[in-house]
Design a binder for this molecule. Sequence first.
Ligand code: FAD
Length: 395
Amino acid sequence: RRSSGSQPSSPWRENRKNVAIVGGGLVGLLSAIYFSKRHFAIDVYEKRKDARNDKLISDRSINLALSSRGIEALRKVGLAKDVLDNAIPMKGRMIHDKSGKTNIQSYGMFGQVVYSIGRQKLHDILLEMVDSLPNVNLHFENEAREIDLDSSKIVLHDKDLNQLSDIYPDMVVGTDGAYSSVRRAIMKKEKMNFHQEYSNHGYKELTIPPTSTGQFAIKPNYLHIWPRNDFMIIALPNQDKSFTCTCFFKYELFEKLSDSLMISEFFKKEFPDLLKVIGKDRLINDFKSNPLGPLLTIKCHPYNHKDKAIILGDAAHCMVPFYGQGLNCGFEDVKTLFRLIEKYEDDYELAFNTFSRIRHKDAVAICDLSLENYTEMSSSVLSPFYKIERSIVNG
Ligand code: FAD
């Protein structure tokens, strides 16, 4: 549903408090679904176009590793089956050395898996459900430009109409990502501590196409890793039998790989098996033309201002992707918040304050573990003792 920034009246909205969800990404859409189960009229404001019409998620990772913490949050609103039907289970890591030899490290002794899901597909599934909810309105191309928590006012810019409008919601949920404007508004009202740190690694995505006979070029049910200590590449399978590879290199290395010869020589030396399955021409073309993305960590506290505003997902905690937990954690935020809302019988101030207090240490822990997991993925997995250590840890 496409609509402008004003809130249309409908029987569903009468006598309901209004929640404005700023940011219609994955965490924002799941939040809308959870809020729709309480007595609220919900408006989701998303600055981009409807992603079903435009493939606009292309500046973020194309696929994601979804694990039990994210799946549980989807299960609570009946979406886990639909999502997992469209996902590919990965039962372990497949490590590729320079000579092309592979080694498998299972995720668990009891067949545990994590799932690879297309970001676009996950978005579409959430959007379809949000669209079917009578008390939720989606407003694309509506950017929150100013948020004033004293007067509860949000100034929206409607890109389509090139028009500003004011709204006065009862509650604001900030799911507007790492550069959150809701977080900035909470900062003005609360003594918020804030820490932001860029990684010296950036990321660039490449594609391993299906083979000429339409098959996966490498084994599909694994998360593939090419660990090379200072840099690494990972690959996750897609439903169309391609793989999305993510190169995690330091910025200096990306700068060095500036021409076709350097790119092909580098891949020939470090990733010969990958060069073969991607193909030299495609590799050079994609490496030169695909965007280079930054990786960053954001920690802050508290996450709320009374029962007026709260931030969830990357707006509250942004982490490097080496643990594959950013979105999983964002989904778990939503589940955790609603467990508290139920426990405190819709006392939103108590639920929001408690969420801020208990969630912060978990968010900091996973941000730190994500940074540490770079060493695990890029070097420790190469250790000959790795299997022995893991089997001791797993009992
Ligand atoms: P976002 O996805 O950033 O969405 C925020 C939304 O808010 C956007 O749609 C934006 O347009 C909108 N917005 C922003 N400002 C405004 C405004 N002022 N007004 C209106 N709308 C606004 N996580 C995993 O769990 N598993 C993985 O395997 C994984 N892999 C990753 C790989 C890479 C390379 C990267 C970079 C990240 C990865 N992540 C992974 C992390 C994951 O992508 C994020 O944690 C997740 O996308 C956060 O979702 P979000 O909805 O909180 O924020």
